[in-house]
Design a binder for this molecule. Structure first.
Ligand code: GDP
Ligand code: MG
Length: 177
């Protein structure tokens, strides 16, 4: 039997940024559909996916945007950031360079997005511990300096993906009240 959909209290736009192949699209499909797609094509054109969650009894629709092949930070346009209340910066724990680019990504967000934007950092592919190239301790220090919530996660097995997104949505909600 069909239920009448509850009314949505808030729509929060969230953008995902990070180097190509760090797993942005897979993190998105893990969070929004609880899926991991083994033969996914790289994303063409800017796209977003949504998931509706309840936080503090409020119904919140998270509208999460994927960079879609515009991974070079300079190529991400201001339209992408416009209206974004949250950002997820992703690197790959097996690719040192993808973490080296995180600081620039955070700078770009601070320069081009709304000044109140909430940012979290995800070190993806935590299932590939044997290939680790970035130590969590180094990242914790960076995240503390920048005042960012940080978690390692895996789009593949789902570890910490929901936790990180809920944390971000909670932070946005706390500011929007
Ligand atoms: P994007 O370019 O940042 O959107 O990266 P994709 O989501 O397309 O993922 C890039 C590659 O990394 C693909 O081959 C994915 O299957 C793989 N991948 C993504 N997330 C994970 C993960 O958590 N663990 C592992 N082992 N592979 C992943
Ligand atoms: Mg992608």
């Amino acid at each position: 039997d069909k239920m009448i959909p509850d009314k949505i209290d808030y729509v929060f736009k969230v953008v995902v940024i990070g180097d190509s192949a760090v797993g942005k699209s897979q993190i998105l499909s893990r969070f929004t559909k609880n899926e991991f797609c083994f033969d996914s094509k790289s994303t063409i054109g800017v796209e977003f996916q949504t998931r509706t969650v309840t936080i503090n009894s409020k119904i919140i629709k998270a509208q999460i945007w994927d960079t879609a092949g515009q991974e070079r930070y300079r190529a991400v346009t201001s339209a992408y950031y416009r209206g974004a209340l949250g950002a997820v910066v992703v690197y790959d724990i097996t690719k040192r360079q993808s973490f080296d680019h995180v600081a620039r990504g955070v700078e770009e967000l601070r320069a081009h997005a709304d000044s109140s934007i909430r940012i979290i950092l995800i070190g993806n592919k935590s299932d590939l511990v044997d290939m680790r190239a970035v130590s969590a301790e180094d990242v914790v220090e960076f995240a503390e300096d920048q005042g960012l919530f940080f978690s390692e996660a895996s789009a593949l097995n789902g570890d910490n993906v929901d936790t990180a997104f809920f944390r971000l949505l909670q932070e946005i909600y706390a500011l929007s009240k």
